[in-house]
Write a protein that binds this ligand. Structure first.
Ligand code: NI
Length: 182
């Protein structure tokens, strides 16, 4: 079972690596890792389990956050009371995006970043992501709002980018007028 201490902290240089594409069929250890990522993210969003196992709540995780420089990620999106949609995608690419931009009003979060960060991270309101499932079948996901942000955030991880990189150091709220808060 994955624990919070297994997730790399932002100070770890490995988070800056550009992850490598995976080939199929996916190795058994990667499949097992994906299952443990889903389990962590799901449990972390269920209060009593998060408390029991001391998990930080999060909806997305990229392999590199566990020190694995491979291009796959998981997202567990809460769509109802303890009801979740689960996404696994390998070698993901954003193939189209909306003009409209949004940002998380409370501030974006990341399981690898353990401090408060002020500022706006402009994200597309809608994206279409193409990639592969664990068996190598091509998949296409349309995401909007919070889910769209999650995909953009996790794909950034595969390229060694962390969300504070998107925040203007001198003017952290720059771009606010062009983005809709969610
Ligand atoms: Ni993150």
């Amino acid at each position: 079972m994955l624990r919070t201490k297994d997730i790399l902290d932002e100070k770890d240089k490995r988070l800056r690596l550009v992850s490598e594409e995976v080939t199929f069929p996916l190795a058994k250890e990667d499949r097992e890792k994906i299952q443990s990522m889903i389990e962590y993210l799901t449990n972390s969003q269920i209060d009593r389990l998060a408390e029991k196992y001391d998990l930080r709540p999060g909806m997305g995780m990229a392999a590199i956050q566990l020190g694995i420089p491979k291009r796959y990620l998981t997202i567990v999106h809460e769509v109802g009371e303890e009801e979740f949609d689960t996404y696994v995608i390998c070698n993901p690419k954003i193939i189209s995006n909306s003009e409209e931009m949004i940002y998380v009003e409370m501030g974006e979060g990341c399981l690898s970043i353990n401090r408060d960060i002020e500022g706006i991270v402009p994200r597309y309101a809608r994206v279409t992501v193409e990639g592969y499932d664990m068996d190598g079948n091509k998949i296409r996901i349309r995401a909007r709002e919070e889910l769209a942000i999650a995909f953009q955030h996790e794909i950034d991880h595969l390229n060694g980018i962390l969300f504070p990189d998107h925040i203007d150091k001198k003017h952290p709220f720059k771009g606010q007028d062009r983005c809709r808060p969610i």
